[in-house]
Structure formats: structure tokens, C-alpha cells
Design a protein around this ligand. Structure first.
Ligand code: IVH
Length: 689
């Protein structure tokens, strides 16, 4: 029997522990200046857990035992999304929307008279969030993160009144709702006034304010911030809740969500464009900020067939409002050297606010662009900023130019290593020829190696990589995975350096250890091979079993007459120029040393084909040829890939099936010659079910 006295005492102790943990959390996570050792911190948490076990009535939703579970290094637990969280592709003018509609019709092989209905709604400028309900109860809320993995922000999201804790009506057993957390304009202004009165810096815009509020370790702070939520799409669902996008909106409303208004169901491109103009006119009177509108194909069976391209659905598009503009002065032009040696000019601007954000740099793209616009240091220019895109110089105000302002001369030497910079035939970029001796390229390659879509090592940002390079701590990728040992041997280990503490060093080492095992496709991407982005890296990973096989094949592919070279070219979307870049990367002795080193240090896991690996065509190589009539060429390819097949561009001994449409030509002949199985479109569909 617990006495009242004991209970009161427990309550007091609970409050004290919570306060202490919050205090140390803030020092650790927000200021990076911990005062106590890890062990002492862990003891506090253990004490709190034990106390809550004995007195379960003391557990509150925002207790540290609930707020930060297993701690990621940012303080939030990482969670894999059941269904990836996508972003949207952008359209900037009417033509882009006509193109979008035509692409859809082509992909689905629709007759020109078919009406394509689209749900049109505002594009809210906030941060995307996924809410998971099980049995009608909110169990998890996550940020988008990199789309595959986000952060657990459940406790903060629970404080948002628009987010139902319990759904109304009869929702499916599992329902994931995707939507936007945002702050209203008037509330944003009021918040900034409070910030200023409290002597704290104001937020730049409502989106930053919303993001900052949601990523608070203390959900009490979040609770004090005026946040809202609009639901606009679904993640995992155990049961269909609608057959159209419009139906999803209705269903979500019936469960208790707020839907962004005004929205409109449109039956043609003209109608969505009318919607765009209406919203643009009404923009200023909306209570929240929007940066455009979104159109979504209404039929969900079509959405399903359309699927997505890398990070965005084919069935939706964001139609952005024109960028915001401002006039300022160019104080200087700097040249940045990228990881492949490309020299990119950047204008250093007299800082100026554009659409609520202070801008001090703008990209000048390349030498041609500077020449075409005749941009000079000292010029007054019009700059524009659209969404997250880097600001650009759109116009030079010639009448404001002082006489004798010299023309800008693009450098012919690398500003970092001094090597010659050249422009290859047909290319727009000027490149440093320093290759391996160029420090800038080496550092950029390392930054790429640890970046989000590559090794994704938290806490190893650009500044730290630069510092490690300059201090000669990290000189090649493998050094990152030797960092703990290297550090122990340093005269002045990181722990004793300015800006570092025991905890932050340990945190970094933990983040590095967590990435010692990596997927083959991420690994390939991380190498930073010229022209090999995420999509090509995936194709390579699915075409070659492992790194050994890839290396062997690339060594053989130096011979352009051989099969290995042909196999590489047979991979969909890999043309001669990309193939050449890949082969030369693996040929380079320095890169071979790097690869040997990494192979010793890492566990590289095979690429797993995401879907349906038990389908009849999994692992088979197929080639489509001729005109397909039951689905568009892209749909056919995409579907085959989803089923685990590899789609190749040319017929070879390795081809399992050739799917021949009308007017199939030389590929069909070749297939017959080689005895490769040829299927009609109908036979193919029957095979894949
Ligand atoms: S739909 C699978 N609808 O814009 C489709 N997104 O720029 C996912 N956004 O990541 C998005 N308003 O965070 C959708 N009405 C709306 C939206 C919206 C804002 C955000 C969302 C997305 C980003 C892409």
C-alpha cells in the first residue's frame, strides 16, 4: 500500500528528475555543451524510468521517458516510413501543366477524348508530417526526413489541436495520414512579437517557425506555439478508404481532419489553370502562406498505375507561384569548385530580404550565363527566389552601372589548386584539371560521401569535413571509419578542441559506427562518380551482384569491343558518356585504393529489389520493342521493374524475354536469331498477372 506521503514524495522526485534531464538535454542537444558525463546522464534516466515503473500514474505524455526514446544523435528517434514520403515535381508555367497532362495520357495510353479529372488544392508552405493511426488512435507522428526515414515527433504533434488523437467514424485498422504542419500568418506575427519582447531572435517566416516549433525537445514549448495541420494524402492503409483523391479529402474530413480550402475538382487543364489564377488572386487573403497549388490525378487506380519517379509521384504536380524579386548590388563574384572540378560562379550580394528571407548569395550558373547577361561586379541586379531554390540573378540594371566598370573575366585556372581550368567540347562548365591534387575537389567528394543520400552521417557537416581535411585528420573516405583510432593518436584529440566536448565527439563516433553497414546502391552513389546520381546508382546496384562483381566488370569494360562494355550500355538509361565516366572511375588507381580500403572497413549489403521479388519475372532481363498499345512504354517498363525484372535497352544472350509490340524491328530479329523468347503484349500481361 502506497501512502499518500510516499506518493507526494515520489511526485516531487519525479518533477526534479524531469527538470534535471530536460536541463541536460538542452545543454547536450541544443547548445552542445554538456555538463555531466554520459554515465551520469544515463543514471538520471534510469532513475526516472524506475520511478515511473513504481508509480505509473506519474507518466505524462511529455515525460522524457516518452519524448526521446532511443536517442538519435539529434535527440529524436529515427523511424523508417512504412511507405516512402514523397516530394512533388514542380511546374512554373501553363505549358508545364499541358505537358503534365499529356505525359499522363501517354503513360496510361489514354484516348485523346478521355477526361482526366484532377483534384486541385493549395500548396501549403509548412513542413510535411506523417501521422499513423492504429485502431483509430494516434500512435506515431514523423517528419519526412530523407523520405525513407524520418524523426519521431509524436509527443510534439500531440499538442497540435487540429491533429485528432482519436479518429471519428469508422477508420481502417491502420491509417497513415500525410499532411502539412503550418503556422497561420497572424499567429506567426504574434509569435515573433513575443520572441522579440523576450529578447530572442525572430523567425524568418511561418515555415521556419513551424519547423522550429515541431523540432523542440521539450513538447511544452511546442504546445505554446500556435500550430495547425492539413491532411492531404495517405501512407500505409490497411483498407481502401476511397477510390478518388477527392474521396480521400471527404474521408479525412469525416475522421476529423481539417482540409485545406479552397480546393476544386477540375475536369480539364483549362479548369486547373483557372483554379491557379483564382488562388493567385486570393493568395493575400488566405490566413496561411502558400507557395503554389497542387494538382493530383483524381482516380486512385490511375495514381497506382502511374506510380512515381525517384522521389516524386507521377500523378501529382506542384504549380508554383512566380518567384519573389528584389534589387541589390553585386559586391563580388566567387568561384566554387565542385567535386567533379566544375567551377561555379557565385555572386556575393549586398544582403537583402526577399519574401521574408535574407539573401546574400546568388548562383550565376556558369561562364556563359555571366557573359550572356553581362554581369559585372558592382552592378545593380534584380534577383529572384523561388521556394527552396538558390536565388538567381534575373536582370542587370544597366542604367545604374557606373562608367568604367570592367567586364568580368572568367578564370582559366582553378582558384584553389591553381591547375588549368578548361572547357571540354560541347560542355557549358569550365572544369579544374587538377583532379586528385585539387584540395577543393577532394573536400567536396568527402562532403558528398557523407551527405544525406549517401552515407548520411549525422553531425558530419560541411564545416567539420573541411576542418578535418585542413587538419589532415581525414584525407580519404576510409579515414572516416578510422576516426576514433586516428583521434586517439592525435596530439590534441577532438575532445580538447574548441567547439567539441566528450559528448559531441562520442555522438559523432556513434553516428559513424551506425553507418558501417550500408546498402550497395547508397555506396555507389556515395562514390560521387560523375553523372551517377541516385537513380543510376540503383540501376548499377541491381545489375551487378556486389562490389567485387562491379569492379571486375568495369575492369573488363575498358575494352569497348567486349561483352562487359555492352552489358553496361544495355542497362536502361546508361549511355556511352555515362558508361565512360563509370569505367574511368574504376580504372583510376587512386580510386582502386579507396575502394580496397572501404571494402576492408565496411559491410556492403546487396541491393534488394523493393517489390514483389517473388513474381514470375523477378531477376529476369526484359527488352520492350515496337509500339505498345495496352499501356504506355514507360508504364510497361516501370511495372516490369516493380516486379523485380531488369529492363534492358538492347537484346543479348542475357535477355530472357523480348516483348514485341506493333512494328517491332531489329530487336525482334535479333531475338529470333539468338533464340530469345518473344512475347506479345498480351502474353506478357498474362505472365505478370
Ligand atoms: S501531396 C505523394 N499536397 O509540398 C504526394 N503536398 O514540394 C505528397 N505540400 O513534400 C505531397 N501542400 O510537404 C501535397 N496540398 C498538398 C501540399 C503538399 C504542401 C508539400 C509537401 C511536399 C512538398 C513538395
Amino acid at each position: 500500500m502506497v501512502t499518500l506521503f510516499e506518493q507526494a514524495e515520489a511526485r516531487e522526485r519525479h518533477a526534479a528528475l524531469v527538470k534535471a534531464i530536460r536541463h541536460h538535454d538542452a545543454l547536450y542537444y541544443q547548445e552542445d555543451t554538456p555538463e555531466i558525463s554520459d554515465a551520469a546522464y544515463d543514471r538520471l534516466r534510469q532513475d526516472l524510468e524506475a520511478l515511473e515503473k513504481a508509480y505509473p500514474e506519474l507518466v505524462t505524455a511529455d515525460s522524457p521517458t516518452q519524448t526521446v526514446g532511443a536517442q538519435g544523435s539529434s535527440g529524436f528517434k529515427k523511424v523508417r516510413h512504412a511507405v516512402p514520403m514523397l516530394s512533388l515535381s514542380n511546374a512554373f508555367d501553363d505549358q508545364d501543366i499541358h505537358d503534365f497532362s499529356e505525359r499522363i495520357a501517354k503513360f496510361l495510353s489514354l484516348a485523346s477524348s478521355t477526361i482526366i479529372e484532377m483534384a486541385a488544392e493549395p500548396k501549403i508552405d509548412g513542413l510535411s508530417c506523417s501521422l499513423r493511426y492504429e485502431g483509430g488512435q494516434l500512435v506515431l507522428a514523423t517528419t519526412r526526413g530523407d523520405g525513407a526515414e524520418g524523426e519521431d515527433i509524436t509527443h510534439n504533434v500531440r499538442t497540435i489541436s487540429d491533429v485528432p488523437q482519436i479518429l471519428q467514424g469508422t477508420p481502417p485498422a491502420v491509417l497513415e495520414v500525410r499532411g502539412e504542419v503550418y503556422m497561420r500568418r497572424d499567429e506567426f506575427r504574434a509569435l515573433n512579437e513575443r520572441q522579440e519582447q523576450a529578447g530572442k531572435p525572430p523567425f524568418a517566416n511561418p515555415r521556419n517557425a513551424a519547423a522550429g516549433s515541431v523540432r523542440q525537445l521539450d513538447s511544452k514549448i511546442t504546445a505554446e506555439r500556435p500550430l495547425h495541420f492539413f491532411g492531404y494524402a495517405l501512407g500505409e492503409v490497411s483498407e481502401e478508404i476511397a477510390t478518388t483523391q477527392w474521396g480521400i479529402r471527404k474521408a479525412l474530413s469525416s475522421y476529423g481532419f481539417v482540409e485545406a480550402e479552397p480546393a476544386r475538382l477540375c475536369a480539364s487543364v483549362d479548369e486547373v489553370l483557372q483554379y491557379y489564377r483564382d488562388i493567385e488572386a486570393a493568395r493575400a487573403s488566405l490566413s496561411y502562406e502558400i507557395d503554389g497549388v497542387v494538382y493530383k490525378i483524381n482516380r486512385l487506380d490511375w495514381q497506382e498505375r502511374l506510380g512515381f519517379v525517384s522521389r516524386a509521384p507521377r500523378w501529382a504536380i506542384a504549380h508554383k507561384f512566380p518567384a519573389e524579386k528584389a534589387i541589390t548590388v553585386i559586391n563580388g563574384i566567387d568561384i566554387q569548385v565542385g567535386r567533379t572540378g566544375a567551377l561555379t560562379p557565385v555572386a556575393r550580394l549586398e544582403p537583402i530580404a526577399v519574401g521574408g528571407v535574407v539573401v546574400s548569395n546568388a548562383t550565376l550558373h556558369n561562364a556563359d550565363e555571366i557573359e550572356r547577361k553581362d554581369i559585372r561586379v558592382g552592378d545593380h541586379v534584380v534577383i529572384q527566389r523561388a521556394g527552396d531554390v538558390i536565388p538567381q540573378v534575373v536582370e542587370v540594371l544597366l542604367d545604374k552601372r557606373k562608367a568604367n566598370t570592367p567586364r568580368y573575366i572568367f578564370p582559366d585556372h582553378c582558384p584553389v589548386c591553381g591547375s588549368q581550368a578548361v572547357r571540354e567540347d560541347g560542355e557549358v562548365v569550365v572544369r579544374c584539371t587538377g583532379g586528385l591534387i585539387c584540395d577543393a575537389q577532394a573536400v567536396e567528394r568527402l562532403k558528398h560521401f557523407v551527405s544525406r543520400l549517401a552515407f548520411d552521417i549525422e553531425g558530419l557537416g560541411d564545416k567539420i569535413i573541411q576542418e578535418f581535411w585542413t587538419e589532415k585528420i581525414v584525407r580519404m573516405p576510409g579515414d572516416i571509419f578510422r576516426l576514433a583510432d586516428l583521434n586517439a593518436g592525435l596530439e590534441k584529440p577532438l575532445q580538447q578542441r574548441e567547439g567539441w566536448g566528450e559528448k559531441s565527439v562520442e555522438k559523432l563516433f556513434r553516428a559513424i559506427e551506425a553507418r558501417r553497414t550500408i546498402g550497395f546502391e547508397r555506396f555507389i552513389y556515395a562514390l560521387g562518380i560523375r553523372q551517377v546520381g541516385e537513380a543510376t546508382a540503383k540501376k548499377l546496384a541491381s545489375s551487378y551482384k556486389d562490389l567485387d562483381e562491379l569492379r571486375r566488370a568495369m575492369a573488363l569494360a575498358c575494352d569497348h569491343e567486349g561483352d562487359a562494355w555492352q552489358d553496361l550500355l544495355n542497362i536502361e538509361d546508361i549511355g556511352p558518356s555515362v558508361a565512360e565516366d563509370i569505367v574511368s572511375f574504376f580504372h583510376e588507381p587512386h580510386n582502386q585504393t579507396i575502394l580496397d580500403d572501404l571494402q576492408r572497413l565496411l559491410t556492403i549489403t546487396p541491393y534488394s529489389i523493393p517489390q514483389d521479388s517473388d513474381s514470375a519475372v523477378a531477376g529476369k532481363t526484359v527488352v520492350f520493342t515496337g509500339t505498345l498499345s495496352l499501356m504506355g512504354r514507360n508504364e510497361a517498363k516501370t511495372r516490369a521493374e516493380q516486379l523485380g525484372a531488369k529492363v534492358a535497352s538492347a537484346v543479348s544472350q542475357k535477355t530472357d524475354y523480348v516483348i514485341a509490340g506493333v512494328d517491332a524491328g531489329s530487336k525482334l530479329t535479333k531475338a529470333r536469331e539468338l533464340g530469345v523468347k518473344v512475347l506479345s503484349e498480351e502474353e506478357w500481361l498474362a505472365l505478370i498477372g
